[in-house]
Design a protein around this ligand. Structure first.
Ligand code: NAP
Ligand code: G4F
Length: 343
C-alpha cells in the first residue's frame, strides 16, 4: 500500500485527489490547519478515512513532522492562498505560503525522506501577460499578481531541487479548473450561486468585474488525475494541464443562465454594461468596478499536448457539462436553504 501526504486536503483539489487516492488503495495523510473550530472543509465527507496532521506551509518544523509521521511515498502540495484578488491585500502572506512554503516542503522531504515523489501546484497565472497563444511548457512567464509572482518562485524552486538534489519533483501548470466544490469568491461559482438565487427569487442582481476576461476552464476531477499521473512516470517533469478552449466571463454567465431557462440580452459597454432577462426585461447582471483588479490577466489558453502524449491524460468533462453540474448543484443547495428557512 502506498502512502500519500496531501497539503491542502480541505480545498477543492485536495478533496478530489484524496478521493482518487483512497479509491486506489493509498493510505492518505492530510495537512490541516488549526482553527478555532475544527473544519475539514471539502474533505468533511471523507474525514474518517484520512489521517490528519496539523501543520502549516509557513512552519518548516510542522512540515518536517508531517513527513516523519506520514513517511509518505508521494507528497502533493496543493496548499495555497489561492485567490488572486486577495493576493493584493495580503502579498506577504501569499509569498510566505505560496512561495517560501514550497521551499519548506521541499526541505522537509529532502531531510526526512528524499525518495518521496513531490507534486507542486503551479498555475497558468504565471503566464499572466501572455507571451504567446496558446501557452505551453516552453512559454515565457510574466505574472501579473502577487499570487502569480509567489507561485513562480514555487515553480522554480521545485525545478531547482529536482536539478540540485535529484529529487523526483514535478510541477503541474494547471489552467483554471472549477467544480461544485469551488469557493464562492471565484468567478464561476459566484456566477452559478447567483444564477440559482436569482432563479429562485432571493437575489436581484449579479455584480461582476471584467466580463471580457477569458479563461481555459476545466473540471477539477479531471485535473487531479493528471497530478497523480505525473508522479507515476519514470522521470519527473513539468506539464501544462488545460482544455485548449477559452471562453469569456460573459460566455460563462450566458451558459449558466441558459441552464435555468433565462436568456440574457446585453446592453451598453464598459462599466455601463448590463444584462437583462430577455423575456422579463429586468436587469439581472451589472458591472461593479470594485471587482476590477489592479493588473489583469486578460486571456489564458493552454495547450495540453505534452500531457496528452506523455501521460496519456485527456480531460473528460466538457465546458457545458462543467457549467451544468455547477448550476445543478447550486440550484439544489439554494432550494435546500429555502426549505430550511421555512422550517
Ligand atoms: P483551495 O480550494 O483554495 O484550497 C487551498 C488549500 O490550501 C486549502 O486546503 C487551505 O486550507 C490550504 N492552505 C491555505 N493556506 C495554508 C497554509 N498556510 N498551510 C497549510 N495549508 C494551507 O484551492 P484549489 O482550487 O483546491 O487549488 C489547489 C492548488 O492548486 C492551490 O495551490 C492553487 O493555488 C493551485 N491552482 C489552482 C487552480 C484552480 O483553478 N483551482 C489552477 C492552478 C493552480 P484551509 O481549508 O485551512 O483554508
Ligand atoms: O475566478 P477567478 O477569481 O480566477 P483566477 O484569477 O483566474 O484564478 C484562478 O485560476 C488560477 C489559474 O489560472 C489559479 F491559479 C488561481 O488559484 C485561481 O484558482 O477570476 C477569473 C477571471 C479574472 O479575470 C477576474 O478578473 O474573472 C474575472 N472576474 C470578473 N468578475 C471576476 C469577477 N473574478 C472574480 N473572482 N469575481 C468577479 O466578480
Amino acid at each position: 500500500m502506498k502512502t500519500a501526504l496531501i497539503a491542502g486536503v480541505t480545498g477543492q483539489d485536495g478533496s478530489y485527489l484524496a478521493e482518487l487516492l483512497l479509491e486506489k488503495g493509498y493510505s492518505v495523510y492530510g495537512i490541516i490547519r488549526r482553527k478555532s473550530k475544527a473544519d475539514y472543509g471539502n474533505a468533511e465527507h471523507i474525514k474518517d478515512k484520512i489521517n490528519f496532521i496539523y501543520a502549516d506551509m509557513t512552519d518548516l518544523v510542522s512540515l518536517v513532522n508531517a513527513m516523519k509521521v506520514s513517511q509518505a511515498d508521494e507528497v502533493y502540495n496543493l496548499a495555497a492562498q489561492s485567490f488572486v484578488g486577495t493576493s493584493w491585500e495580503q502579498p506577504i502572506a501569499t509569498a510566505n505560503i505560496d512561495g517560501f512554503g514550497v521551499a519548506n516542503m521541499l526541505e522537509a522531504i529532502r531531510t526526512v525522506k528524499a525518495s518521496a515523489r513531490f507534486y507542486q501546484a503551479s498555475t497558468s497565472e504565471m503566464f499572466g501577460l501572455v507571451q504567446e497563444i496558446p501557452q505551453t511548457e516552453n512559454t515565457s512567464f510574466y505574472p501579473r499578481s502577487p499570487y502569480g509572482v509567489a507561485k513562480l518562485y514555487g515553480h522554480w524552486i521545485t525545478k531547482n531541487y529536482r536539478e540540485s538534489y535529484n529529487l523526483y519533483a514535478c510541477s503541474g501548470i494547471l489552467f483554471n479548473h472549477e467544480s461544485e466544490r469551488r469557493g464562492k469568491e471565484f468567478v464561476t461559482r459566484k456566477i452559478t450561486d447567483a444564477v440559482a438565487r436569482i432563479k429562485q427569487g432571493i437575489l436581484n442582481i449579479l455584480e461582476l468585474g471584467n466580463m471580457d476576461s477569458k479563461r481555459d476552464w476545466g473540471h477539477a476531477k479531471d485535473y487531479v488525475y493528471a497530478m497523480w499521473l505525473m508522479l507515476q512516470q519514470e522521470k519527473p517533469d513539468d506539464y501544462v494541464i488545460a482544455t485548449n478552449e477559452t471562453r469569456s466571463v460573459r460566455e460563462f454567465v450566458e451558459t449558466a443562465f441558459n441552464y435555468v431557462d433565462i436568456k440574457i440580452a446585453w446592453e451598453g459597454s464598459g462599466v455601463d454594461e448590463i444584462g437583462r432577462d430577455a423575456i422579463a426585461g429586468r436587469t439581472i447582471v451589472k458591472v461593479n468596478p470594485k471587482f476590477f483588479r489592479p493588473a489583469e490577466v486578460e486571456a489564458l489558453l493552454g495547450n495540453p499536448a505534452k500531457a496528452e502524449k506523455e501521460l496519456g491524460w485527456k480531460r473528460k468533462i466538457t465546458f457545458p457539462e462543467l457549467v451544468r453540474r455547477m448550476v445543478g448543484n447550486d440550484m439544489a443547495l439554494v432550494a435546500n436553504e429555502l426549505n430550511c428557512r421555512k422550517l
